[in-house]
Ligand binder design. Structure first.
Ligand SMILES: [Zn+2]
Length: 278
């Protein structure tokens, strides 16, 4: 596996990551009636954690609705542990639809094009609750720079997850034998996201790996199984089985991993999707 082509992100997916980051980190763009998070930082650009994080009880001291954020969640654990209905078929439009307001992101199947929805309110709550936990428990001192870096990773996390659903959607038209399986689908989407996000982090520092640790601590059915596919090889082997690629090809001596990998990138880097920000 390798880094996702950043040109694709800008030019094909059409995602303005900068704008999204400012909204998540500074609450910029909600309109003049809502305060930004600028006062959360001191004149040395450090996060004033005691003003916003509730280190005694966990969580945050702020009320999200005061800032124009109407998310139903208030902690990342809530998003990662939600009970989901595995019986629908997400390739049907309403399986993972943008009607479900409690997702960080969603993918609606192609009826030209596919639609990826990024739910900014939910990602904002998800993101800041992780920052506070890291600041309180691990005592990290966060600067604007570090927080912005983590916010980009948080956006990519959701984007790559949804792009994997798009890949499966597209490849189900390529092969005949594909059978939808909720648990595998979600586990592989999380694993794919984690592998690709790993290439995005500029620094290998502890605050980044501790951020990943919390951001990927899924407890929901299916999603939590990603841990079984966290290496390139584990992920691609499961993908071959799930796609599926006819194993006879392997018996004839053909390597299958590069095929699965090339197919994955060929679709997620030139996706037929529209990205909506909600
Ligand atoms: Zn998913």
């Amino acid at each position: 596996m390798r880094k996702y082509d950043s040109k694709s992100k800008k030019e094909i997916v059409g995602l303005n990551e900068n704008e999204l980051m400012s909204k998540i980190v500074y609450n910029i763009g909600r309109g003049p009636q809502f305060k930004t998070f600028e006062p959360w930082f001191d004149n040395k650009d450090k996060l004033k954690k005691d003003d916003i994080c509730d280190c005694t009880n966990g969580g945050m001291k702020i009320k999200w609705s005061d800032y124009g954020n109407n998310s139903n969640g208030n902690n990342y654990r809530w998003f990662l542990g939600r009970e989901v209905d595995p019986h629908g078929n997400y390739l049907i439009e309403d399986r993972i639809s943008d009607d479900d307001e409690n997702y960080l992101g969603s993918y609606r199947s192609m009826s030209s094009p596919g639609i990826i929805t990024i739910n900014v309110d939910n990602i904002q709550v998800f993101f800041w609750s992780i920052i506070c936990e890291l600041a309180c428990r691990q005592r990290y001192i966060f600067t604007r720079e570090k927080i912005e870096e983590l916010a980009y990773l948080c956006i990519d996390k959701t984007l790559y997850h949804e792009l994997f659903h798009h890949f499966i959607d597209a490849q189900s038209y390529i092969v005949d034998g594909y059978r939808y399986d909720f648990d595998i689908d979600e586990a592989l989407a999380v694993a794919c996201s984690r592998l690709l996000v790993g290439f995005e982090s500029k620094s290998n520092q502890a605050y980044v790996s501790d951020f990943y640790e919390l951001a990927y601590s899924y407890t929901s059915r299916g999603y939590r199984d990603w841990i079984n596919f966290k290496s390139d090889e584990q992920f691609l082997l499961k993908l071959i089985e799930y796609m599926p690629i006819d194993q006879r090809l392997k018996n004839m001596g053909q390597e299958l991993l590069p095929i699965a990998e090339a197919m994955l990138y060929s679709i997620i880097e030139k996706p037929n999707v529209e990205v909506k920000i909600k």
